[in-house]
Design a protein around this ligand. Structure first.
Ligand SMILES: [Zn+2]
Length: 318
């Protein structure tokens, strides 16, 4: 659907969720934000463009907001169909954006060695089956401007969910496309029920990103997995997101205070999950992302210490 003149939101199915791609159309070319998974390109994006009368060859740029498979998995399929497209992403996210196996081992597998958490093999196989590694042409740092002909977009560095996460601002529509830069109090299914926790990772940058977006006050706040937010709805989503980070921090403090012995990351997941959302066991385990982020921040502030040994254990500093 066209959410503003020349700005299209294209939703593709993703299991019981969806991923929204965005297409910004100028007089000299179009720019796509995120490629979803392989099917998103072949079964949804390209048929949409054909129906809307947007030439495939007019697609000059693809910006991947961050290195998650549901945002870059369609890169290979897009290059097959539109060979001239330039692929861009945040420079810090570039190695994993261009290599699905590294994404699986370094991003999703980050917790395996020290914390005893890893995706099941079935999840890894699913990711491989819907994604294809494809080289990235240009790394972005934020501050770049791209002229599409009568229409300029600006790139913002919006870290927190990933270190190199970028957002795209469409000046004409006053619309900010933020991918997964801000994640409310959790991801939702198509039906609007809780799917899994907000998987932000670096808490300081995440909170700063929320505040930076708040200052911009875009008329349209466009995410990958939530409805279109207009005006005050975007503001409310940002407030919900920052409030949630405070709830997580409080829950960790309470759990550590209530325990006589140091807690592992997975024990803290079990200690806090009922206070933080309503998810299945497997979905709750994704709390490892924000919990470890908060533990690192509390450690930097001298409030939390960690023990040597595997798995790592955390306790309040006394
Ligand atoms: Zn996503």
């Amino acid at each position: 659907m066209e959410v503003a003149p020349g700005l299209h939101r294209i939703e593709a199915p993703l299991g019981d969720r969806y991923v929204a791609m965005y297409l910004v159309v100028g007089s000299r070319g179009a720019l796509l934000v995120d490629s979803g998974v392989a099917d998103s390109v072949t079964d949804v994006l390209l048929p949409y463009m054909d129906r809307a009368g947007i030439e495939r060859s007019s697609l000059r740029y693809l910006v991947n907001t961050h290195s998650d498979f549901d945002h870059v998995g369609g890169n290979g399929a897009l290059r097959d169909s539109v060979p001239g497209v330039l692929i861009l992403c945040g420079e810090t996210d570039r190695p994993l954006t261009a290599d699905i196996e590294r994404m699986i081992s370094e991003r999703y597998g980050e917790f395996a060695a020290d914390h005893g958490h890893d995706d099941p093999e079935s999840t890894k196989d699913y990711i491989r089956s819907v994604s294809r590694s494809e080289p990235v042409d240009i790394g972005l740092r934020g501050g770049e401007r791209i002229d599409l002909g009568g229409r300029v977009v600006e790139v913002l560095h919006t870290p927190g969910h990933s270190p190199g996460h970028v957002s795209v601002y469409d000046v004409q529509a006053d619309a900010l496309m933020i991918g997964d830069a801000v994640l409310g109090s959790g991801l939702l299914t198509v039906a609007g029920t809780p799917a899994f926790p907000p998987t932000y990772r670096d808490v300081g940058p995440y909170r700063a990103t929320i505040e930076n977006i708040r200052k911009l006050q875009p008329s349209l706040l466009l995410t990958a997995h939530y409805p279109v937010y207009r005006g005050a709805e975007g503001e409310a989503f940002l407030t919900e997101s920052s409030d949630y980070t405070d709830r997580v921090e409080d829950a960790i403090r309470r759990a550590l205070a209530a325990s006589d012995t140091p807690r592992t990351l997975l024990e803290l997941v079990r200690d806090t999950r009922d206070q933080l959302g309503d998810w299945s066991d497997e979905a709750s385990s994704l709390l490892v992302y924000p919990l470890l982020g908060h533990l690192e921040l509390l450690e930097q502030r001298g409030e939390v210490g960690r023990s040597e040994g595997t798995p790592t254990r955390f306790s309040l500093a006394r």
